[in-house]
Write a new protein. Structure first.
Length: 166
């Protein structure tokens, strides 16, 4: 699996760019998966449901399956947060994993920067940022894309990770 990340401060539009780039990459014939990191407490379960009750009873993992999808919930129960490499190992095979967050991981990344967010650029301090998508004109030798130049961003990612168009 090839891995490529999206980095940027909260509110800069990482999710929006990813959601527009994914269908373009899919149209090229590649299978894409996503890992999203968050600092917020998240729960895909609902209190009172059977799967929630199993977790509350102490199960480490609960796999919920239907004819439309399945989801595996793994409770850390005080264990350290897993490393990105561990999460990648748990994914089904695919051509490309897009990673949102994990901005300190040593993977090639596109920085998403929106001037209205009022935050500084990350690329000067992160050698793993290989390009920037922004609404400004940063002084850099890195490739720079407009925030809505989704086709060019998708093509750059595929070239960067070594996936040839199918």
């Amino acid at each position: 699996m090839k891995v490529f990340g999206f980095a940027g401060q909260s509110g800069n539009g990482k999710t929006t760019v990813m959601e527009k780039v994914i269908p373009i990459i899919l149209a090229r014939g590649f299978v894409v998966s996503v890992i999203k990191h968050t600092h917020h407490a998240v729960d895909v379960d609902q209190p009172g449901k059977d799967s929630w009750r199993h977790r509350q009873a102490g199960a480490r993992e609960v796999l919920l399956a239907s004819d439309a999808r399945w989801v595996l919930m793994h409770e850390l129960r005080g264990a350290p947060e897993p490393e990105l490499t561990d999460l990648l190992a748990g994914l089904s095979p695919c051509d490309l994993v897009l990673v949102e967050g994990y901005k300190r991981q040593p993977i090639p990344k596109l920085e998403i920067h929106r001037s209205a967010a009022g935050r500084s650029l990350l690329f000067p301090n992160d050698p793993h940022i290989v390009a920037v998508a922004t609404d400004t004109n940063p002084a850099t030798s890195l490739p720079v894309f407009g925030l809505e130049d989704y086709s060019a961003i998708a093509e750059f990612i595929l070239r960067e990770v070594g996936l040839q168009a199918r």
